[in-house]
Design a protein around this ligand. Structure first.
Ligand SMILES: *Cc1c(COP(=O)(O)O)cnc(C)c1O
Length: 800
């Protein structure tokens, strides 16, 4: 059906008639999207079946990637590219008078994620399938995703996402593969053949129904699976009507929202339920599959690897133990050996407030058998520690999995897995030397680094077709299969023809983004100005505040001296704040207040503009990265584990203004100091300052006039009608001593932006720097990352 455009058109029209009973004339873009989606699914179904068949036949090891988030974005165009049929489809549709890019807009992003962690999982799926690796994802099919962000009067408003409203073309519901999950109840112990056995009584059962999404590799026949679980009532045989309603409601909530508010106990229980729901359904499904193929459960870890993306799925460890002990009736020692050799774990943060822990009083009643198993794991672990460090109560207390009334999820992950990886070199070093140094001493062999990556197929080939064409025209197309070969572009640094084309592509992409800005925000921006972009979740450590304070400072300078010679700049922001994160929401309001003030002041002659794009998400990001000149990666050093936005910018030829944090350091190492704008404290300086103290933000406030001026403007009526709106931000800087060193790094940040301004004036130089960045970005393809995971952690082999 996709071999040529005639065949495509015929099939498309036929299917349209058969499905909707409509003529082409009466059909809508939405119909076209649905039809095309179904055609693609039909087209890949044989390969999907064959891939699974081949995996079974080869008896190779398979990996299952468990993640509470999969930030997929849209799939239509990406699938067309991976199948190599986007040209046939584009041309065929054109002849029918349909623009594929319009149909693409119909698709709602699958926003089953929050930020980098979820997007990483999506990039990994793409690389696994493309490299023909037997790797599948397991996640939750949240009905309303995270939330859809609207900006009203400068404030963030959250609406439930409606991505399932018109059905989901990509998923296949598999009711026959549903499994049951048990919550609450009590554990009955009894003896069988002289062995102690456990039985879960009076449990509340929830049914998990899989919805499978095909994961289509690029230019290959491999189609892997992303299995998303939906929570549904098991049976409605309870007697009382009110009971039925309550049960149904409670059950459906499990797969309703990602990260429900966990400020109170009810919210905490719901999150814990979600986590157990994900791992129990996934493990039951994995084991069922395994047993259909292999006889001896004792070889499980030789055929299966289970990866947990951060600690959210860490209950996979006690859940696997439970199944091996209670269902398969293995001994503790046998079960533990298998479990420890099956699970691998990625740590994504060193922020201590982000390390998950659950109060026992909530945990134990909800998951009674799982809690017993964790207790046993903890006891045995503490005994081992005692043998190694007799009498060192303090160390054992610090490392215990259960302590001070809490279950510590990261400790469980460290003890129950065979591999623990950080996501950038510096992050892994901080884990080993500082955050997890006690564990590193006990299990040095477990720790390793896997620097994050992004799929160049979405973030370059799909997002930036013009640059893709230029690259291919310049160095051929092997880079698509071996992204390291992008470094052939280094030969074109002095080639004015190449640089000119690079410049005009950037210009066209900026014009396109300017149109989006005009349409969504009603703001006219100058596409010849520097597009200076910070898009990422809103968090204090990411320091959107440093960026805003610097914009306020620039504005003040322009007010003082309207003829100031600066290159016009457009500052672009995009960020969702967690609904319960009060401070982050204040920063959003501040960005919008600054935008209001700056954009409406005629006296500065449009030299700076500020734009906050609402509802930052994958499909919007695809328009932003190709249009960026400057990439803001300005986290407090040591706080950003890796970052992946930084890599998408680099690959699209934006230059980084960044601290020596996360993967920025590896970017600097690749491009050299001359091709990146580094500023601020480094991680050791930050960590030492935390450890030994000695920072006083008020000194910076009193001694630097520029800082005093902008900080005072948060309070002194500079923004009209905002009353005490920004007091919490003012207080965070001066009363709470500026935990993220915004004021300390301000001077250095201001300086580096003057360097950016000067460098941009030399377009030749700027374009050469862009070229070096694109050329070196191949290292950050997730294909490289996934090869490292496959070879060094999972030990899985390509299917061909
Ligand atoms: C890449 C990406 C992120 C991660 O950005 P960071 O700058 O690494 O925090 C978050 N959200 C979306 C939509 C992304 O595409």
């Amino acid at each position: 059906m996709f071999t040529n455009k005639e065949a495509f058109k015929t099939y498309f029209l036929q299917k349209l008639e058969m499905t909707y009973g409509k003529t082409f004339e009466d059909s809508t873009s939405s119909d076209h999207f649905q039809i095309l989606g179904h055609m693609i699914r039909e087209y890949v179904s044989t390969n999907w079946i064959n891939t699974n068949e081949a995996y079974r036949r080869n008896q190779g090891k398979q990996v299952y990637y468990l993640s509470i988030e999969f930030l997929l974005g849209r799939l239509l165009y990406h699938n067309l590219i991976n199948l190599g049929i986007e040209k046939v489809v584009t041309e065929g549709l054109n002849e029918l008078g349909i623009n594929l890019r319009d149909i693409e807009e119909i698709e709602h992003d699958a926003g089953l994620g929050n930020g980098g962690l979820g997007r990483l999982a999506a990039c990994f799926l793409d690389s696994l399938a493309t490299l023909n690796l037997p790797g599948h994802g397991f996640g939750i099919r949240y009905k309303h995703g995270l939330f859809e962000q609207r900006i009203v009067d400068g404030y963030q408003i959250e609406l439930p996402e409606q991505w399932l409203k018109h059905g989901q073309v990509w998923e296949v519901r598999k009711e026959d593969l549903a499994v049951d999950i048990q919550f609450w109840g009590n554990i009955d112990m009894y003896e069988k053949d002289g062995k102690l056995q456990f039985r879960h009584l009076n449990a509340e059962t929830v049914t998990a129904v899989p919805h499978d999404v095909p994961v289509i590799g690029y230019d290959t026949t491999t189609v892997n699976t992303l299995r998303l679980w939906n929570a549904e009532p098991a049976s409605l045989l309870a007697k009382d009507v009110n009971d039925i309603m309550r049960y149904k409601r409670e059950t459906e909530k499990i797969s309703e929202f990602l990260y429900p508010d966990d400020a109170n106990d009810e919210g905490k229980i719901l999150r814990l339920k979600q986590q157990y729901f994900l791992v129990s359904s996934s493990l039951q499904s994995i084991i069922k599959n395994y047993k259909q193929q292999y006889k001896d459960i004792r070889n499980f870890h030789q055929h299966i690897s289970i990866h947990i993306n951060d600690t959210h799925p860490v209950l996979a460890i006690p859940e696997l133990m439970r199944i091996l002990l209670d269902n398969e009736e293995l001994s503790w020692e046998e079960a533990w050996e298998i479990t420890k050799n099956t699970i691998s774990y990625t740590n994504h943060t060193t922020l201590s407030e982000a390390l998950e822990k659950w109060p026992i009083y909530l945990f134990q009643p909800l998951l009674p058998r799982i809690y017993m198993i964790i207790q046993e794991i903890n006891e045995r672990f503490c005994n081992e520690l005692w043998d190694k460090h007799p009498g060192d109560f303090h160390k054992i207390e610090n490392m215990a999995i259960i302590a001070h009334g809490m279950v510590k999820m990261a400790h469980l992950a460290l003890v129950g897995s065979y591999s623990v990886n950080g996501v950038a070199e510096i992050h892994t070093e901080i884990l080993k030397k500082r955050e997890m140094s006690d564990f590193y001493q006990v299990f040095p062999e477990k720790f390793n680094n896997k620097t994050n990556g992004i799929t160049h197929r979405r973030w370059l080939i799909k997002a930036n077709p013009k640059l893709t064409q230029l690259v291919t025209d310049t160095i051929g197309s092997e880079w698509i299969y071996q992204p390291d070969q992008l470094n052939k572009l280094l030969l074109f640094q002095q080639d004015n023809g190449f640089l000119q084309q690079l410049a005009s592509i950037k210009q066209e992409n900026k014009i396109h983004l300017a149109e989006i800005i005009k349409e969504s925000n009603g703001i006219t921006v100058d596409p010849t100005s520097i597009f200076d972009v910070q898009v990422k979740r809103l968090h204090a450590y990411k320091r959107q505040l440093l960026n805003v304070l610097h914009i306020m400072h620039l504005y003040n300078r322009l007010k003082e001296n309207p003829t100031l010679d600066i290159t016009p700049r457009t500052f672009i922001f995009g960020a969702k704040a967690s609904p319960g994160y009060y401070y982050a929401k204040k920063i959003i309001k501040l960005i919008n207040a600054v935008a209001d003030k700056v954009n409406n002041d005629k006296t500065i002659q449009d030299k700076i503009k500020v734009v906050f794009l609402e509802n930052y998400r994958v499909s919007l990001a695809e328009h932003i990265f190709p249009a960026a000149d400057v990439s803001e990666q300005i986290s407090t050093a040591s706080k950003e584990a890796s970052g992946t936005g930084n890599m998408k910018f680099m690959m699209n030829g934006a230059l980084t203004v960044g601290t020596l944090d996360g993967a920025n350091i590896e970017m600097r190492d690749l491009v050299g100091d001359d091709n990146i704008f580094i500023f601020g404290m480094n991680a050791d300086e930050v960590l030492d300052l935390y450890q030994h103290g000695g920072y006083r933000s008020t000194e910076y406030y009193h001694h630097d006039k520029r800082i005093k001026e902008v900080v005072d403007q948060l309070k002194n009526g500079f923004f009209h009608d905002t009353n005490n709106e920004f007091d919490p931000i003012f207080d965070s800087l001066l009363i709470e001593n500026d935990q993220y060193f915004v004021l300390k790094d301000f001077h250095s940040y201001e300086n580096i932006h003057q360097v950016v301004d000067q460098t941009y004036k030399n377009q030749q130089k700027w374009l050469q720097m862009c070229t070096v960045n694109i050329a070196k970005s191949g290292h950050f393809s997730s294909d490289r990352t996934i090869k490292e995971y496959a070879d060094e952690i999972w030990k899985i082999k390509s299917n061909f």
